[in-house]
Design a binder for this molecule. Sequence first.
Ligand SMILES: [Zn+2]
Length: 75
Amino acid sequence: MLFEVRQQPVTANELDDNVTAIEEQTDSGAIVTKMPTCGDEMCHCMIDNEKHGPYRYHVYCDDRGKVTVDYLGKA
Ligand SMILES: [Zn+2]
């Protein structure tokens, strides 16, 4: 088989550490809330650990089996 399209939904342990809540499971993944850092060392999110957000994302497997993250806006 040349490549295998994955059929399972994205699971919680594939989500990154910034996920604070899983709001809803969908057929192929989940709607999650994240409080991300922006990576700027001078930003309050890195200095004081006051992270950005919360923002909502849909994390899912697309039809080629790739884990995809869609930004849904501020939570
Ligand atoms: Zn920041």
